[in-house]
Design a protein around this ligand. Sequence first.
Ligand SMILES: Nc1ncnc2c1ncn2[C@@H]1O[C@H](COP(=O)(O)OP(=O)(O)OP(=O)(O)O)[C@@H](O)[C@H]1O
Ligand SMILES: [Mg+2]
Length: 292
Amino acid sequence: MKKSFKLSAATDLRLFSKLDRSDVHQYERSNGRKVAWLMSVLTVAGQKGGSGKSTLVRNLAIHFALDGYRVGIVDADLIQQHSTEFFADRGREGGREVWVARTDVPKLTIKVWDRSVAKIPEARIVLAPQADQDSIGEIIQALTDALDVVICDLQGSASVAMIHAIHYADLVLIPVQPSNDDLKSCHSTAKHVIHAGKSARRTIAYRVVFSRASTGFKPEVERVVEEALESAGLPRLKTPVFERTAFKRASFSRIAPIFDDPEGGAAKNISAVYAEIRSILAGVTHAIAEGG
Ligand SMILES: Nc1ncnc2c1ncn2[C@@H]1O[C@H](COP(=O)(O)OP(=O)(O)OP(=O)(O)O)[C@@H](O)[C@H]1O
Ligand SMILES: [Mg+2]
């Protein structure tokens, strides 16, 4: 049965309501008018390698896409391309590297944006590999014009690309593992976000994401890191990402926990992380405007 909804009452239809994006497409078609959406750009950054950025990017992209949003993934890790690799196969064509999108991801269409063509492909997940510091701004801009959510995966180091991606972000996520090295890098990344906000004369929302947390008894190192984040006043996602074998397994199988074991701990964990991020985005994005 078709859901009914009142656009005028919506503060942020895109992120706040329970509606699937396809309901809105249907509304647009049947009413002959377009709903103007506000884009969300999520930047997953951190100067520490291996903190769980790409794992978060891949899983969040899938959760947004399954919820009906059209998602762009900007892969700015020029060396590893871990987000792209998860959704596409690497090949060579006429001496240059090409990515071929996977067709075996359940329920989702995936396409790679060949940037020699201006048009962004139609798909639930659009991949933009090899986003370097010179092109990343234009790539984010182009994807935000065409899609609903753009997620940027950065290299584990401070970079010009990272600063650009922070400037475009509605929300920056900084994964931090329970270690002192991670803690220091996290402080530094948070400072970049704050300074980027000052230079852009706006507040750029950010959250530290406690990454690879223990599922059982909380070890002392985790309590120390939590207290340090608290006393430094760094805002944190309430839901941590737990250390789960399912995330590692997915790095081999390329089957995300939500497909591999939807009732398992990893899938439930990412669903909770996703729900929290959505509600933060609903708070930081503005009311939608309805085009007439
Ligand atoms: N929550 C988790 N539970 C178990 N393993 C994890 C988790 N998060 C990440 N890993 C594993 O840790 C490794 C590094 O994770 P990931 O690639 O997501 O980090 P990254 O921050 O993107 O690293 P880099 O800075 O090198 O890009 C991977 O092998 C991944 O499978
Ligand atoms: Mg990575």
